[in-house]
Design a protein around this ligand. Structure first.
Ligand SMILES: Nc1ncnc2c1ncn2[C@@H]1O[C@H](COP(=O)(O)OP(=O)(O)OP(=O)(O)O)[C@@H](O)[C@H]1O
Ligand SMILES: [Mg+2]
Length: 321
């Protein structure tokens, strides 16, 4: 799919690297391709380099090496031409605490030389409404909760139509209802043709809203692609429902199934790997039946992005130092 202006990858990085002055290698030779029209999840545990990457994309910090382009234009060189078409929410939006939410947005909008002052009020009202801040619009920003500040930051990114939204942990600080609202909003924006790039350390959030994802660990890209393909590369656990769980567990172990877990009438485990021939689950089912195990249900659980992450990195989804 092409962007309205014919750009295929709205974000592209080649060998993008950031080493902070203290010596910390935060992003290590990143090659990222974000297709136009995608809702792209940038996934990684705390400290994996997401915010650092986003800061480089937006021209806020200089890469140590490598290059980045936004909407087909090199950053930071083309920042002045590109950034008006990109809405961004980056960790801790800068707000004037003594101004109300509405007044903060009016300020943001006034700072944009291409924004028509005559339609400012309407734009601000619309943006407040989209993020569910209408009722709290008159309250001073310093009295906002974390989630309200996050919504206000998002509203500032939505003041005008954008080709690309770059959102760093957009649901950070939101309650479950707020998270759902933001996810719905992201889907609506995507349906309007905006490419949305969002970072998150929440796997299920990415699975719920994203079409594509990239997985980061310790500054390095582990994998990227359509979400369905990332999870499909990983096999889900085998699950058997049976009134004979003990016998089923014994037979499955004998056939090479590992990590067998029995929970009441449900037996699950990892399909055997490593043999020359991949094991056909149908053969396992047949073997259970031959052994006299009464099988009520037999199947493979859908692999989650979390399974994929663990399979790819060999680790849990934890913070690396
Ligand atoms: N200004 C800085 N100076 C030195 N090191 C930094 C700086 N900012 C971040 N780092 C380090 O770079 C690494 C990546 O940090 P970054 O903020 O990009 O991670 P992140 O993926 O956004 O994490 P989180 O999920 O917690 O927001 C971390 O080890 C962090 O300590
Ligand atoms: Mg971050």
């Amino acid at each position: 799919m092409l962007d309205v202006l014919g750009v295929r990858d709205v974000i592209e990085t080649r060998g993008l690297t950031k080493r902070y002055r203290g010596g910390q290698l935060a992003v290590d030779r990143l090659d990222l391709s974000v297709p136009a029209g995608s809702v792209f999840g940038f996934l990684g545990p705390n400290g994996s380099g997401k915010t650092t990457t986003i800061r480089m994309l937006m021209g806020l910090i200089e890469p140590t090496a490598g290059s980045a382009s936004l909407l087909g234009r090199p950053m930071p060189r083309a920042a002045r031409a590109v950034l008006p078409q990109v809405g961004a929410l980056i960790e801790g939006p800068a707000l004037y605490g003594y101004l109300s939410g509405r007044e903060n947005l009016v300020r943001y909008d006034s700072a944009d030389p291409t924004a028509d002052p005559r339609t400012r009020r309407a734009r601000v009202t619309e943006a407040l409404d989209r993020v569910g801040l209408t009722a709290a619009a008159g309250k001073k920003a310093k009295a906002y909760s974390l989630g309200m500040k996050q919504r206000l930051g998002l509203a500032s990114a939505l003041l005008r139509p954008r080709r690309l939204l770059v959102l760093d942990e957009p649901t950070n600080g939101l309650d479950p209802q707020g998270m759902r609202e933001i996810r719905t909003l992201i889907r609506e924006l995507a349906a309007d043709g905006t490419t949305v790039f969002l970072s998150s350390h929440l796997l299920d959030e990415i699975e719920q809203v994203c079409t594509h994802a990239a997985v980061m660990a310790q500054g390095r890209l582990i994998t990227q692609g359509p979400v369905a393909e990332l999870a499909a590369g990983t096999r889900g656990r085998l699950a058997v429902t049976t009134p004979d769980p003990g016998e089923a567990a014994r037979v499955l172990k004998e056939l090479g199934v590992t990590d067998v877990v029995v929970a009441e009438d449900r037996v699950s485990g990892e399909l055997p790997t490593g043999g020359a021939e991949p094991v056909d689950p149908a053969d396992l089912n047949a073997a259970l039946v031959r052994a006299g195990v009464r099988v009520r249900a037999f199947g493979q659980e859908r692999a989650s992005l979390e399974d994929a992450f663990v399979a790819l990195t060999g680790e849990g989804f934890d913070v690396a130092g």
